[in-house]
Design a protein around this ligand. Structure first.
Ligand SMILES: [Zn+2]
Ligand SMILES: [Zn+2]
Length: 416
C-alpha cells in the first residue's frame, strides 16, 4: 500500500481562515504602494544561479549554504530565488525599465526559498513583500521608502516595534571601515573558523556572525558611522531629520549591516517587540552599486522586504476578519431546492455571500453544515414555506428565528 505524501520539511500549507489574514496584509500593502506611486512586478521564482552569486555575494551564508540550486535538463545551474531584489534588478535591466526620467517605483509579492533550519516563524519557503525604488540617490527617497514601510505596518496594526537605522556609507567609506575592522580583528584571538576566513575575504560579514563568542569580541569593534565621508554623513543626517519631521521614531543602530553584500548608505530594520532580536519583520536599504554589479548602468536604488510569515506571527488575531454576512439556504424537497438555487444566485448578484447543500439531507444535517461553513444566518425553505409564502430566517449565533415573506427575502438578506 502506498504511503501518504507529505509536504517537504520547512514548507507549509497556508489554509483558510489563515489565508484571510494574508489577504488583509497584502491588500493593505497594495493600497499603500498605490498611494506612493508604486506598480507591481510579477517575476519568475527561478533564476540563473549566477544572478544571486554575483549580487548577494559568494561569501554570504545565503549563497554558500542556503540556496536551492540544481542543474536543469541542459545542465544550466538554476536557483529558486532566495530574495527578490536581484530578480527585480535583473528584470529592470533586461526590460529597460530604468530608461526615462523619474524614480522607478516597483513592488512584488511572493515566495522565496532558503535551506535553513526550520523553526517557529521560519520556513524554507517564506513570503515577502518587496519594494524597490530605482534611479535616485536623494535622501528624500530613503525617507519616503521608510515612511511607506511604516505606513504599511500601521495599516496592518503592527503593535510595538522598533525601527533601527544605520548608514553603511559608500564604497570609499566601506573600504576605510574594512581596513579599520580588519586591523581590529587581526588583534583578536578566538574568532570562529568562518570569521577567520571572512576576516580576510570580507570582514563586514564578521559583523553578522551568529557565534556568541564572536559577538562578544565585536562589542568593541569600530562602527561604520565613524568612517563616513562628508557626503555620506550629510546624506545620513538628512534622512534622519526627515524621519523626525514626520514623527517616525527610530533608533540608530551602528552595528546594523544587513546580511547581503550589496548595501550602501541607508540600512534599516523593523523589529517587532516580542520576537527574538534577530527576527526583524522587515528590512531594507540602499544598493547603489548593484546594477553595475549585474552589468547595468549606474542606477542608485533603495528598497525593503517585509517578511510576511514573521509579520503575521505578531499581528492581532482579528486582522482580516470582516463582518460575517454569509447566508446558508437549507432547502427540503425538490421544489424548495429549486427555489433556493434561484435565490442563491439573486443573493450573489446583490453581493451577499451564500451557499446551499445540493444533496437531499435532513434539516438537522443541513443545519450542522451551515455551522461548519460559518454561516451568519440560515434560511429554511420547505414545502410548508413555499405554500405560505414565508421562509424561516435563523440567526446562527443566537438561534433567534423569524418569518420573512419570500418576496421580501432577497431585500432582507441583502440588508443584514
Ligand atoms: Zn561615503
Ligand atoms: Zn564568527
Amino acid at each position: 500500500m502506498a504511503g501518504k505524501i507529505k509536504a517537504i520539511r520547512g514548507m507549509r500549507d497556508i489554509l483558510p481562515p489563515e489565508t484571510g489574514r494574508w489577504q488583509a496584509v497584502e491588500n493593505a500593502a497594495r493600497e499603500a504602494f498605490a498611494l506612493y506611486g508604486y506598480r507591481e512586478l510579477r517575476l519568475p521564482l527561478i533564476e540563473r544561479t549566477e544572478l544571486f552569486a554575483r549580487s548577494i555575494g559568494a561569501d554570504t551564508d545565503i549563497v554558500s549554504k542556503e540556496m536551492y540550486t540544481f542543474p536543469d535538463r541542459h545542465g544550466d545551474s538554476l536557483t529558486l530565488r532566495p530574495e527578490a531584489t536581484a530578480s527585480v534588478l535583473r528584470a529592470v535591466l533586461e526590460n529597460r525599465l530604468d530608461q526615462g526620467a523619474g524614480v522607478k517605483k516597483l513592488y512584488t509579492l511572493g515566495p522565496m526559498f532558503r535551506y535553513e533550519r526550520p523553526q517557529k516563524g521560519r520556513y524554507r519557503q517564506f513570503h515577502q513583500i518587496n519594494c524597490e525604488a530605482l534611479g535616485s540617490d536623494a535622501p528624500e527617497l530613503d525617507a519616503e521608502v521608510i515612511l511607506l514601510l511604516m505606513e504599511i505596518l500601521k495599516r496592518v496594526q503592527l503593535g510595538t516595534s522598533r525601527l533601527l537605522v544605520n548608514s553603511l556609507g559608500c564604497p570609499e567609506c566601506q573600504k576605510k571601515f574594512k581596513e579599520g575592522l580588519s586591523l581590529f580583528l587581526s588583534q583578536k584571538q578566538g574568532l570562529c573558523e568562518d570569521c577567520l576566513r571572512r576576516r580576510v575575504t570580507n570582514p563586514l560579514r564578521v559583523l553578522d556572525c551568529k557565534s556568541v563568542h564572536c559577538k562578544e569580541i565585536l562589542k568593541d569593534a569600530p562602527v561604520l558611522k565613524d568612517y563616513l565621508c562628508p557626503d555620506c554623513a550629510v546624506h545620513y543626517a538628512r534622512v534622519l531629520s526627515l524621519l523626525s519631521r514626520f514623527g517616525v521614531t527610530y533608533e540608530e543602530q551602528p552595528r546594523l549591516v544587513r546580511g547581503l553584500d550589496y548595501y550602501s548608505r541607508t540600512a534599516f530594520e523593523v523589529v517587532a517587540v516580542g520576537l527574538g532580536a534577530q527576527d526583524a519583520v522587515a528590512g531594507g536599504g540602499r544598493y547603489n552599486g548593484l546594477a553595475q554589479e549585474l552589468g547595468g548602468p549606474e542606477l542608485p536604488a533603495i528598497g525593503f522586504a517585509i517578511g510576511e510569515d514573521r509579520l503575521l506571527e505578531v499581528l492581532p488575531p482579528e486582522l482580516g476578519q470582516e463582518k460575517n454576512r454569509k447566508i446558508f439556504l437549507a432547502a427540503l424537497g425538490p421544489a424548495a431546492r429549486d427555489q433556493a438555487f434561484s435565490l442563491l444566485q439573486t443573493l450573489r448578484r446583490e453581493g451577499v455571500p451564500g451557499e446551499m447543500d445540493f444533496g437531499e439531507r435532513s434539516l438537522k444535517a443541513q443545519m450542522s453544515l451551515a455551522d461548519r461553513l460559518g454561516a451568519a444566518y440560515t434560511v429554511i425553505l420547505g414545502d410548508r414555506e413555499l405554500e405560505t409564502g414565508k421562509a424561516t430566517l435563523r440567526r446562527m449565533a443566537t438561534g433567534d428565528q423569524q418569518e420573512v415573506s419570500l418576496s421580501l427575502l432577497p431585500m432582507v438578506l441583502a440588508g443584514l
